[in-house]
Design a protein around this ligand. Structure first.
Ligand code: UDP
Length: 472
């Protein structure tokens, strides 16, 4: 296992942003939780420090947890390709999709348990009786019983799920049920995502959130946005001097002149209006569907589509990424020249996560509109991120996206995520009337300010801890 170093954070800017009233509730609840925990440590364990929503949220939240005076630490488990193949299968199944259709029999269970047994050995050297351990997602469920045996309380946090369970979700939960029954609490993003075998009194619902001050979400002036994109090679123009960004550790980085971030389609031309989807290269994000929906329906000549994800060697627990990007490239290469001129595939390196975050931030801000046409979605932080940047968002009415967008008020939903004509029609309306786009964007930012900054989630966790720790 690797420990991820957590940045020092000053809580004042968040407290100021959300206001004294809201913040004082958070503080009181954490003071009470700290008393219950009486000096013990909170450990978080997940499968990756970079790439995807879970890593993003832990990077955002855990430094804030530390400011409350509770020793909070983050460990990333160690796995190998077979293990991550099995856990990716589970991930797809819990979203209700067959994934690679592979087995989940005794051989898979043995591999899963062996990999986690090795990780448990490491945890034995760290976790003390009375500690609280928060284990994230299917990759960690097999640790629950072992960690409980160390005398710790265990919360299992599941970030995925599906509103209408089917035979695939049932299969995924069947594999996990013997592990998660040992958890003291199971946290889900929506009540509908709860594992069917866990009694309701053990379930808690906590909504994900973003950190408005990190490189991913901090304000960037429009002229700097362009400089970042030019420097990264994503927007046409002359590179012009140093483009700096703040790192989580407090130091300053400089955006590199990236030569390989554009995978297909060249950089965005000046003056183009960019319709952007940012996602991991995962089939459930349906990047290729976005491409078809755009090319078959969007007519404005200045509208360009950007599909942007991480460089595929960068997300270690996501073996599907390279395949999905390769499929998108195949579709791109079969397009005629005029279509090729309107689509851009970007893969941003993940070797420097602060730089990656800053480039994604700039791209989201540069977007005329943001799309998230997921077939299924746990919560969809990319939607929250774009809303925070006052972008009009068109996103599938699936999973946690429905918690975020009130259709027609602060974004638009796509009732059927496979309906490519409606996606194109919604994009066309936004392109035709910039005022509509602006109004949706402003309301979107307001919504995130009210609901999806870190304070709400901190408040919920503090109450959950109080409940759990006072049980004795
Ligand atoms: N992301 C990123 N770089 C990329 C693509 C995605 O940092 O090239 C981030 C994105 O900004 C968001 C997270 O990965 O913070 C994706 O989270 P989401 O909840 O949308 O989906 P998940 O990947 O967890 O399914």
């Amino acid at each position: 296992m690797e420990e991820v170093e957590l940045a020092q954070r000053d809580i004042t800017p968040l407290a100021e942003l959300v206001g004294t009233d809201r913040w004082s509730h958070v503080q009181e609840s954490w003071d009470a939780a700290r008393n219950e925990l009486s000096g013990q440590t909170i450990w978080h364990v997940n499968a990756t420090a970079t790439g995807g929503g879970v890593a993003e949220m832990l990077l955002a939240l855990l430094p804030l947890w530390r400011t409350t005076g509770i020793d909070t630490r983050w460990l990333v488990l160690h796995g190998e390709p077979t293990f991550f193949g099995i856990t990716k299968r589970l991930h797809n199944l819990l979203h209700g999709s067959p994934g690679d259709g592979g087995e989940l029999g005794e051989a898979e269970r043995t591999n899963y348990e062996q990999v986690l047994a090795a990780n448990l050995d490491h945890l034995r050297t760290l976790v003390q009786p009375g500690d609280l351990v928060v284990l994230h997602d299917p990759q960690t469920a097999g640790l629950i019983e072992g960690v409980k045996a160390l005398g710790a309380r265990v919360i299992w946090r599941s970030h995925i799920g599906r509103d209408d369970p089917n035979e695939h979700t049932a299969r995924g939960w069947r594999f996990l049920a013997p592990y998660i029954e040992h958890a003291d609490r199971v946290v889900v993003s929506r009540l509908l995502y709860r594992p069917p075998t866990v009694p309701l009194h053990k379930i808690a619902v906590i909504t994900p959130c973003i950190d408005p001050f990190t490189a991913k979400n901090m304000d960037i002036p429009a002229d700097v946005v362009e400089k970042v994109l030019v420097q990264a090679g994503l927007l046409e123009g002359e590179r012009d001097g140093l483009v700096e960004f703040p790192r989580r550790d407090g130091s300053t980085g400089a955006v590199r002149a990236l030569d390989n971030a554009v995978t297909e389609g060249g950089p965005l031309p000046r003056g183009a209006r960019a319709i952007v989807q940012v996602s991991r290269w995962d089939r459930l994000k349906d990047m290729s569907g976005v491409m078809r929906g755009f090319l078959d329906n969007v007519t404005a000549p200045d509208a360009h589509l950007v599909l942007c994800g991480p460089a595929v060697d960068g997300v270690s627990d996501d073996p599907e990424g390279a395949e999905v990007l390769a499929d998108c490239r195949t579709i791109f290469n079969a397009l005629d020249d005029s279509a090729k001129g309107r689509v851009h595939l970007f893969s941003i390196p993940m070797d420097d996560t602060d730089e990656n975050a800053y480039i994604i931030n700039a791209l989201q801000r540069y977007a005329y509109a943001v799309v998230q046409k997921s077939l299924f979605e746990g919560f969809g932080l990319t939607v929250t991120e774009a809303m925070w940047k006052s972008r009009p968002v068109i996103a599938s009415a699936v999973g946690g996206i429905q918690n975020q967008i009130a259709h027609g008020i602060d974004g638009w939903l796509l009732p059927d995520p496979t309906d490519l004509a409606s996606l194109g029609a919604e994009i066309n309306v936004l392109l035709a009337d910039e005022r509509v786009a602006q109004r949706l964007g402003l309301a979107a930012k307001e919504k995130v300010l009210r609901r999806f900054l870190g304070d709400g989630s901190m408040f919920s966790y503090a109450l959950l801890m109080q409940n759990l720790l006072s049980e004795g």
